[in-house]
Design a protein around this ligand. Structure first.
Ligand SMILES: [Zn+2]
Ligand SMILES: [Zn+2]
Length: 297
């Protein structure tokens, strides 16, 4: 299995000279299974450059898995050229939104409403299929088994665990670790804490033994208190989780749009200093995700 980052930025694209090393596009990861099955994780603006590269491979079959439908994870989809070309087969997977009862097709069709985009969803030339997933329901894409798990985010967000050819890749999408909403000593703190720990353990289990974990790492611990509840992790929570789950390599992503390349490297270096490996022998390789990098597992 191998994967390539096409977008590593959270919230909004930030192209320009200050972000050229890590890239300014929003989330998109291209994955190839052991038998070269094409899977795309999220459709942020990074998917446009991927689409240009895929033009040489058409007609093609692609399985897109959307973690959640915030703009930065879907806004490139109307510009994914293969959807306009007859002969291509595109299958899009994602969650139903339990708040407004819309399935993945309905949510995505809305961003192609006439007011926003000139081509309508029902005019796409490729064969389009939409699959609404439930937590734990596996999908087989050739040799690749894909399993979704609900993470902590203010709209339903699936992490995906991909297994193929004896290798495992996990991508969290956007994720904030569960936290206790009660202060110590308050009524409900103890019960809530048990729930938090149980949920946390289930998520660590979902990551367990992955060859690569790609994880939402938006904030520094100094920034986090003012952004609690926004649905994102920190450098420290990501590093700790990767160690606890025994993953081999971890890729920190969803970089803050306000951080230029130099600042990104500074906060990363400080995070490594703050979190020295407790056991260097089993320490995962820790990287900042960067546009254009291909990793073979
Ligand atoms: Zn996001
Ligand atoms: Zn989000």
């Amino acid at each position: 299995m191998r994967f390539t980052f096409w977008g590593v930025r959270g919230s909004i694209p930030v192209p320009g000279p200050q972000t050229v090393r890590y890239g300014g596009n929003t989330t998109c990861i291209e994955v190839h299974g052991a038998q070269d099955e094409l899977i795309i994780l999220d459709a942020g603006t990074g998917i446009f450059q991927l689409a240009r590269q895929l033009q040489a491979d058409m007609p093609l079959e692609a399985s897109i898995f959307i973690t959640h439908t915030h703009w930065d994870h879907i806004q490139g989809l109307p510009f994914f050229i293969p959807i306009f070309v007859a002969g291509n087969r595109i299958r899009i997977h994602g969650a139903a939104d339990p708040v407004n009862q819309r399935d993945i097709h309905e949510v995505l069709a809305r961003q192609m409403d006439y007011a926003f985009f000139p081509v309508r969803d029902n005019e796409l030339a490729a064969t389009m299929e939409y699959v609404t997933l439930r937590e734990g329901q596996t999908t087989q894409v050739g040799s690749v088994t894909v399993t979704p798990m609900i993470m902590g985010h203010p709209v339903l967000n699936f992490a995906y665990r991909l297994e193929s050819g004896g290798r495992t890749l996990v991508f969290t999408g956007d994720h904030e670790w569960p936290y206790n909403i009660y202060a110590p000593g308050e009524d409900g703190h103890t019960e809530y804490e048990a729930m938090v720990q149980e949920r946390r353990a289930a998520i660590i289990d979902f990551f367990r033994g992955a060859d690569a974990l790609i994880i939402d790492t938006a904030y520094t611990p100094e920034e986090y208190p003012r952004r609690t509840g926004w649905g994102h992790g920190t450098y420290d929570t990501s590093i700790r989780a990767a160690r606890e789950a025994g993953v081999r390599q971890v890729w920190l992503t969803h970089h803050e749009p306000t951080r230029d390349d130099a600042e990104l490297e500074r906060v990363f270096a400080r995070a490594l200093e703050r979190n020295p490996p407790p056991d260097p022998a089993s320490e995962p390789a820790i990287h900042l995700a960067r546009e254009g990098i291909t990793v073979t597992l």
